[in-house]
Design a protein around this ligand. Structure first.
Ligand code: IVH
Length: 669
């Protein structure tokens, strides 16, 4: 290859990687799979090793990816936030480890950790108080996101000791929250996040902290940049010290001696990966001695004392048999890929959401294609791409429908939405979905009224909106398949019982955009009745601590609609309760409580409530309160001057909260 061709190839590859990196970090929206990025990155590294004269300072190998976003103050990281070098096979890993062992004969131990699929953050404490939280940015300049980070429950505002320290780690979104958020975004006609890292980044870079607070983020801290005094000289000791200071650390770390143990650790967590509640994309191996870490040093970008072993992408091939379109209760029409069932990362997969028409066009799949399938964030089955060489000849391009599959009306794209929507308010699919939502567990909780029954009642013309549920009679119900008088009776009783539900169930059941079950509860507690909420202004609603503008606007818009007011009036005439019922804890509230089924010990002096009150509150939320700490204890709540119970809990590596944290959680449960 001529010099100029080589230069051209290098520059194209570099520009391509920089573009992908911007899309990944800056827009929180990657345009290629991680493995494609990694392959190209390696190609660039090889080119650079063979031709060091080509290297320019804008090469992605010369700086940590990502930039900062406007809208946030900049933070200068005095000690740069480094990335990690990576390897993709045990062979390469062995080479890295052998090399280190050869160069540093003092090495005796490595600490193995999970590589969390999240976003690097830095937390600075002065006298034990959180003063600043930031993103990594480009490693030297990050964004000040203190207010957003303060909304994350696992981040202590105050440490157990009044020290100056800067702690680093990963902010992540648990798998379940990631899946729920994407489902919600799909329903709302918004773009979905490609992986938990992007979801966490998108949630942290919010100008409104209330949005961050609603995203259920968590953290695992694993590194210390600056500190006054730390009672340890090892990485593993540092993790337990961080735990003692009040941070969340990932408990799976193991100190090992050699490659044999490292491989065992890799195999163990490759096997357990699907059972973890958070996504991981590899294993990190770190020299355990902190002094030696310093001696080994770092390049401009990565430490030389640590390496990431990246899991190979878990991908399988299968055939795309069909694309089904379903209409949600707000009219968003979503495509789902129906495939030949295949085993993938612990489950059998036969369906994958294709999210929206833009996404479908981008993937350019056709029915009959062989496709590669992976799990986004280790949880959501997703089509990576079709395999061109396996596309049968003459396979017809897929045509995106222009008509609603339920009512046949023209589908539209509303302003700024990626979703296709049916805007016919009488669309049968929308109406049945609204009724299903209304009857669901977190809404009116009408036992026995599942989607199949709703569909039958609708098809027979006995139901046309949510209010008509309360006008059903026994004769109508007895016409249903396999419905005798007993089933009819039970369903009528369940419907009747739901009339007396507290306001938050009705509010959630109305299906107002952005109003989830949790927000409905907080808002109901504040406004006490649907009527007073219906006449509230945006500011009245957003003055509630955790409720942001999006939710407030959506509620006000909903109640401006005369149809909504008509429905509310009808509910009132049908005897549906419209008021908030104070402190009734029903079984589903308890079930969704963090404290449910947890074994908890209280110790030390509580200053903001009496101990019997704390115990009865915990018991009302499903917890078992015991007096002694053991390995079966799930949580120790430690007030002032906690003594031996605290020591024992620390030894057992148990979860420990101070009183402030407990009170925060009481408000959230
Ligand atoms: S150590 C100097 N440990 O992976 C310390 N990083 O791809 C360098 N990551 O930038 C980081 N889990 O955001 C470390 N247990 C772990 C990690 C971890 C996830 C992230 C981190 C880092 C990225 C590199």
């Amino acid at each position: 290859m001529s010099d100029s061709d080589l230069k051209k190839e290098y520059s194209e590859l570099k520009d391509q990687l920089n573009l992908w990196s911007r899309q990944y970090y800056y827009n929180d929206q990657p345009s290629v799979e991680d493995s494609v990025y990694d392959d190209n990155y390696r190609q660039l590294q090889i080119l650079e090793t063979q031709n060091p004269n080509l290297i320019t300072s804008d090469s992605p190998t010369q700086h940590v990816g990502s930039q900062t976003l406007p809208g946030f103050d900049k933070v200068h990281h005095e000690i740069p936030m480094l990335s990690l070098g990576d390897v993709f096979s045990k062979q390469e890993l062995a080479e890295f480890v052998n090399n280190l062992n050869k160069n540093y004969s003092q090495i005796t131990e490595y600490n193995c950790e999970l590589k969390i699929d999240g976003l690097a953050i830095s937390l600075r404490y002065q006298n034990g108080k959180l003063v600043q939280g930031s993103t990594r940015g480009n490693g030297t300049i990050g964004e000040d996101i203190t207010n957003n980070l303060k909304t994350i429950k696992s981040i202590p505002h105050k440490l157990t000791r009044p020290i100056n320290i800067e702690v680093r780690g990963e902010c992540y979104m648990p798998k379940e929250s990631f899946a729920k958020l994407n489902e919600q975004r799909e329903r709302d006609g918004e773009n979905v996040f490609a992986n938990p890292r992007n979801a966490a980044a998108g949630s942290l870079r919010q100008l409104d902290s209330k949005v961050t607070a609603s995203r259920n983020l968590s953290t695992f801290m694993y590194n210390v940049a600056n500190y006054d005094d730390l009672n340890t000289n090892t990485q593993s000791g540092l993790l337990s010290e961080l735990k003692y200071l009040g941070f969340n650390i990932n408990p799976t770390y193991e100190v090992v001696k050699n490659m044999y143990d490292i491989n065992n650790y890799i195999d163990k967590y490759t096997g357990q990966r699907d059972n973890l509640s958070y996504g991981i994309d590899g294993i990190v191996i770190k020299e355990n001695n902190l002094e030696l870490q310093k001696e080994i040093g770092a390049t401009v970008k990565v430490p030389k004392w640590a390496i990431a072993f990246k899991f190979p992408p878990e991908e399988v091939e299968t055939k795309l048999k069909n694309i089904e379109w379903t209409v949600g209760r707000t009219g968003v029409v979503t495509p789902t890929a129906i495939m030949d069932p295949v085993q993938l990362a612990g489950t059998i997969v036969s369906k994958a959401s294709l999210h929206n028409s833009d996404y479908l066009e981008e993937k350019a799949v056709r029915v009959g294609d062989t496709v590669k399938l992976h799990k986004a964030g280790d949880i959501i089955p997703e089509i990576s791409e079709y395999i061109p060489s396996k596309r049968p000849k003459n396979l017809e391009p897929y045509i995106i429908p222009s008509k609603c599959p339920s009512c046949g009306d023209e589908l539209v794209h509303l302003d700024g939405e990626v979703a296709l929507r049916c805007i016919n308010p009488k669309c049968p699919a929308q109406l049945t979905e609204q009724i299903n939502h209304f009857a669901s567990r977190n809404a009116m909780n009408i036992d026995g009224l599942g989607p199949k029954i709703v569909q039958q009642l609708f098809d027979k013309g006995f139901l046309d909106d949510t209010a008509s549920l309360y006008k059903l009679n026994r004769d109508e119900l007895e016409t249903l398949d396999k419905f005798g008088s007993k089933s009819a009776n039970n369903l009528l009783t369940a419907i009747d019982n739901s009339r007396s539900n507290s306001m938050e169930r009705l509010l959630f059941g109305l299906g107002i955009r952005h109003v989830g079950a949790k927000a409905a509860k907080i808002i109901s507690k504040h406004f006490k009745s649907i009527k007073s909420l219906a006449s509230a202004k945006i500011d009245d609603i957003s003055s509630i601590n955790t409720i942001g503008n999006t939710i407030s606007k959506s509620i006000v818009t909903y109640f401006k609609n005369p149809e909504a007011n008509k429905l509310i009036q009808e509910f009132e005439e049908l005897g549906i309760n419209m008021e908030y019922k104070e402190s009734q804890l029903n079984s589903s509230n308890i079930e969704s409580s963090f404290f449910n089924k947890k074994t908890i010990v209280l110790t030390g002096k509580l200053s903001q409530m009496s101990r019997p009150k704390a115990v009865s509150w915990l018991e009302n939320h499903g917890a078992k309160v015991t007096s002694s700490v053991s390995k079966n204890t799930d949580l120790l709540i430690a007030g002032k001057d906690a003594g031996s119970k605290m020591d024992k809990a620390q030894k057992l590596n148990l979860l420990i909260w101070d009183e402030n944290k407990f009170i925060d959680e009481m408000n959230n449960n």
